[in-house]
Design a protein around this ligand. Structure first.
Ligand code: IPD
Ligand code: CA
Ligand code: CA
Ligand code: CA
Length: 267
């Protein structure tokens, strides 16, 4: 099967899964939604809807492509035999979803041979579907998106986020404390996937965070790159859970150098 056709098929499936999960999460959000369980800390929560949405998504993916691997935040883990692996965050921005804030999204990516072929990020309360196919650009609701021209670091609006572990939060707050006077301003919107898409759409100049997982950034990374951003980790390293940075060329290097000086990564 030529790669072009595979990518088209994967994109269609990802869009269907994200759209269905989006409707389910938006229309089915219980009034009395509560915390179903906690994970790495007492404030790292999961709701019944995170779990149900991941089941809906993985069920649909498996119906279409039973040979594919699966990696999902809420436990999906299947080896697969086709070489294609789906990386899924059923709700990125769970705390926003829990509180009824609009900044949450479904993030679905398909990888093969270590490369992301397709990424979809759907933010139902914003009425937005971001998508990208490797080499074919990034789109928001079918319109092409592009990063904004790189400003100097001092004029950059920079998105970031904090983890759920107290020690990490203290460290991340210390990095932000030093960075705030050196940039235009900081945004902490609550969804890494949306932050990466907002860089892609020129709504943020840059984004960085330490301690993400592949399901947080897999789709947004491709969308940001296809919109003209560079993404990566520490100097010379690819983006990874240790550090994720996205920004247009010019700003990217400045921000990465500064974050490295500030020790913004973890091992
Ligand atoms: C979180 C969000 C948040 C980021 C955290 C992530 P979740 O994902 O992306 O913006 O700061 O690091 O864990 O738990 O809401 O899926
Ligand atoms: Ca989570
Ligand atoms: Ca997430
Ligand atoms: Ca999640």
């Amino acid at each position: 099967q030529p790669d072009g056709r595979l990518e088209t098929e994967l994109l269609e499936i990802a869009l269907e899964a994200a759209t269905r999960a989006g409707a389910f999460l938006r229309d089915g959000r219980p009034e009395d939604l509560g915390v179903a369980a906690t994970k790495t800390s007492a404030i790292d929560v999961v709701t019944e809807m995170d779990i149900a949405a991941e089941k809906l998504i993985t069920g649909l993916l498996t119906d279409h492509r039973p040979e594919d691997g699966l990696l999902g935040e809420e436990g999906a883990s299947v080896e697969g035999t086709s070489g294609v692996e789906w990386v899924i965050d059923p709700i990125d921005g769970t705390v926003n979803y829990l509180y009824g804030l609009p900044g949450w999204a479904i993030s679905i990516a398909a990888r093969k041979d270590g490369e992301t072929l397709v990424g979809v990020v759907h933010a139902p309360m914003r009425g937005e579907i971001f998508r990208a196919v490797r080499g074919e650009g990034a789109f928001l609701n079918d319109r092409p998106v592009r990063v904004r021209p790189a400003p100097d670091l001092g004029f950059a609006l920079v998105g970031t986020g904090f983890g759920y572990l107290t020690e990490r939060k203290i460290h991340q707050a210390e990095v932000v404390r030093q960075l705030i006077p050196e940039v235009r301003d900081i945004r902490r919107a609550g969804s890494a996937a949306i932050d990466l898409c907002d860089v892609a759409a020129g709504r943020l100049d840059a984004y960085y965070e330490r301690g993400l997982n592949p399901w947080d950034y897999a789709a947004g990374d491709l969308i940001a790159r296809e919109a003209g951003a560079l993404t990566g980790g520490r100097p010379g390293e690819p983006l990874s859970p240790a550090l994720t940075i996205a920004a247009p060329p010019g700003l990217f290097e400045q921000l990465r150098t500064r974050l490295d000086e500030l020790g913004a990564w973890h091992d």
